[in-house]
Design a protein around this ligand. Structure first.
Ligand code: WTA
Length: 634
């Protein structure tokens, strides 16, 4: 068994053993190499680790910034690198995906088997007319077919738009409409804590509001009776049994800059944004970050416990592990089902070597006490990871001590849907401070600045900025390039910096401490939600005239949502109505977006131009000073 890490003050130093084994042994040296010549740095990595149908002419094209392009002129397909090329080597017989369902059923796909399924399904998609540039909406539980569907889309050159299975009718409908998807792939239901989440019923409701959808493919997972619309709905297993399901389907040749997928995410205002990622840069960025940060080795069993419906799952369940030829583990259900040791049992059963999860999950499991993890042999673990929100030092230390037995460094990775891959993150060779994402990944230059772009002093709060482009960056917001420029590049347009929307501190060692969002994005249990979508769900109820939603800090979930509504004439405040409104948001948006409370008010704080001042509401609820209210309407 490996040695314990050395701790000096609040700094945790890696053991010599960890450093000797790691892909990257000297962070400073690699960082300096990237700083010296960014294009050369990424060009070298791209050439050495992937197969390109045609090489690039330019690594980084900045001529139309902030619409940066990477590997221009190159031809590639991420699926060729994730699956096809492994068929020629011993990797073909290696487990790509080990899956356990909530009920305990298991399935393993080797790289050969996964390639077989993806190819067959890709030819089904083609037979339905899906082609390069089309959008396909995927709305499923955490099962292997979700991964197969995503990869099949990418193989034929269509963009997948995965909608998280915890979202509901209106959230799904809005994303189908915005993307103009003619095909939706779903399942009859998803298992969650022994119960069925009726995904097909929700899909029916959403599709009935969306005339654009022509076909729905349904994977049978939970087995209850579901309505199948004649001519529109098709069972996945029926299609896969057809002769046209060709295991040798070709992989579309794409430009490096061709779209790979869109993923909707919440922003400051209005509708969710379709963040667009491309085949070439995303491939290079995700694989390199996973390899260096989680130090992936052929013998690892990698468990990213996120949902494929969020960027963490896209990058680090689906694409990066397959690009590296790694073995991933996927579990369908809740961490506490049937008992709070389900995760620990799974780690012992599959000898998982790396666990990557969110602080909210750690805090949730911590509540049940140490006896549950103590029951299981967790000695296979060698690295741990955290993502999605700041991890409080208490949860960090519990994770480190009780799960990692003081041997496993914790990689606290800061990144976003927009960044595609880790941006601020330790590597195993970097000394750790609990609660800090430590330093930027090589090639990424970050700072913490004031309104004018001046670096703030050490340990002072400011805006986090990213000063240079990176391969896995978003390319635009699909259908709304102006919003892309406005949202991310306008605040520091003179300097050409990217604004992630987080506030942070930088300490005297250059370590970054993320504080939280500076906009109206609320992180609930690590899930990213926008106040605007919650408010529009509230207002879609007949009783509501106006609504506001805010996030309030919560020990377990990071934040909880509080709603405030002004009722229409003829409606009276009551506990029953408050309940009904919460359920209404749950029905339209999904359980994660359900406010913890909905209060009735007669007015909302607004600016003179009519914008709700959520900051004022939040301060009132928390009993804090409301700050500058000079723009507040009388
Ligand atoms: C937050 C998730 C602190 C941050 C990958 C960011 C974090 C937003 C961390 C993006 C972390 C993510 N420490 N905060 N390690 N990781 N965040 O798009 O506010 O769902 O802007 O991507 O999550 O959320 P998203």
């Amino acid at each position: 068994m490996a040695e314990k890490q050395q701790m000096v003050g609040e700094v945790y130093y890696p053991t010599p053993e960890v450093i000797t084994q790691a892909h990257i042994k000297n962070y400073e040296a690699v960082y300096a190499e990237a700083q010296a010549d960014l294009a050369a740095f990424w060009g070298k990595i791209a050439a050495a680790n992937f197969e390109w149908f045609k090489p690039w002419e330019t690594v980084l094209d900045e001529s139309n910034a902030p619409f940066y392009k990477w590997f221009t002129g190159a031809k590639v397909n991420i699926v060729h690198n994730a699956l096809d090329r492994h068929q020629r080597t011993a990797t073909r017989n290696k487990a790509a995906l080990i899956f356990e369902g909530e009920a305990g059923d298991t399935r393993t796909y080797t790289y050969q088997q996964l390639h077989y399924e993806v190819s067959k399904f890709a030819s089904i998609l083609r037979s339905m007319g899906v082609k390069k540039g089309d959008r396909v909406t995927i709305y499923m539980g955490r099962i292997p077919e979700l991964m197969i569907a995503m990869l099949a889309c990418a193989k034929v050159g269509a963009m997948h738009s995965v909608v998280y299975g915890g979202f509901s009718t209106e959230a799904l409908h809005g994303r189908i409409e915005d993307s103009q998807s003619r095909l939706v792939i779903t399942c009859d239901g998803a298992w969650l804590r022994g119960e069925i989440v009726p995904l097909k019923n929700i899909t029916d409701e959403a599709v009935n509001r969306s005339p654009v959808v022509e076909n729905v493919i349904v994977v049978k997972r939970t087995g209850q009776d579901v309505h199948m619309e004649h001519g529109r709905d098709h069972w996945y297993h029926d299609l896969m049994a057809l002769d046209i399901a060709n295991p040798n389907a070709s992989t579309e040749v794409m430009d490096a800059e061709d779209p790979l997928f869109i993923l909707y995410t919440s922003g400051t205002t209005g509708r969710p944004k379709a963040i667009l990622h491309t085949h070439g840069g995303y491939m290079v960025g995700t694989a390199t970050t996973l390899k260096w940060v989680f130090d992936i080795k052929p013998e690892d069993v990698w468990w990213c416990a996120a949902d494929p419906g969020w960027i963490t799952g896209h990058s680090y369940i689906v694409y990066a592990p397959l690009l590296l030829g790694a073995t991933s583990f996927m579990y369908e259900g809740a961490p506490t089902h049937p008992y709070p040791d389900r995760w620990w049992q799974l780690i012992a059963k599959y000898r998982v070597t790396i666990l990557y999860t969110a602080p909210t999950a750690i805090r949730g499991l911590m509540r049940f006490g140490e006896a549950w993890p103590e029951k299981h042999d967790l000695s296979s673990l060698r690295l741990l990871g955290s993502v999605g929100e700041p991890i409080n030092p208490e949860a960090w230390k519990w994770y480190y001590r009780v799960i990692g037995k003081e041997r496993c460094p914790i990689m606290d990775t800061w990144w976003q849907t927009e960044t595609g891959a880790f941006m601020i993150t330790p590597m195993p060779c970097v000394p750790l401070k609990p609660g800090s994402g430590t330093r930027p990944f090589p090639g990424v230059e970050v700072d913490v600045v004031d309104e004018d772009g001046n670096s703030v002093k050490a340990n002072e709060e400011g805006f986090l900025v990213i000063k240079n482009p990176w391969p896995s960056m978003l390319r635009t917001i699909l259908g709304d390039p102006d919003r892309y420029v406005q949202q991310y590049w306008s605040r520091y347009s003179e300097q050409g910096w990217y604004l992630p929307g987080d506030s942070a501190r930088k300490d005297e060692d250059g370590y970054i401490w993320i504080i939280g969002r500076i906009d109206d994005v609320i992180k609930v249990s690590g899930y990213r939600l926008g106040t605007a979508e919650i408010e529009s769900a509230l207002v879609s109820h007949p009783a509501v005239a106006e609504a506001a939603a805010i996030g309030i800090p919560d020990e377990l979930r990071g934040n909880i949502i509080k709603g405030f509504v002004i009722l229409r004439q003829g409606y009276e405040p009551s506990d029953k109505l408050s309940h009904e409104l919460r359920d209404h948001v749950g029905h339209e948006m999904g359980p994660i977006a359900k406010p913890s409370t909905v209060d009735f008010v007669t007015s909302l704080p607004k600016t003179r131009s009519g914008k709700i001042m959520r900051r004022v509401l939040r301060a009132q609820v928390l009993g804090q000073d409301v700050g500058d209210t000079s723009t507040l309407e009388e």
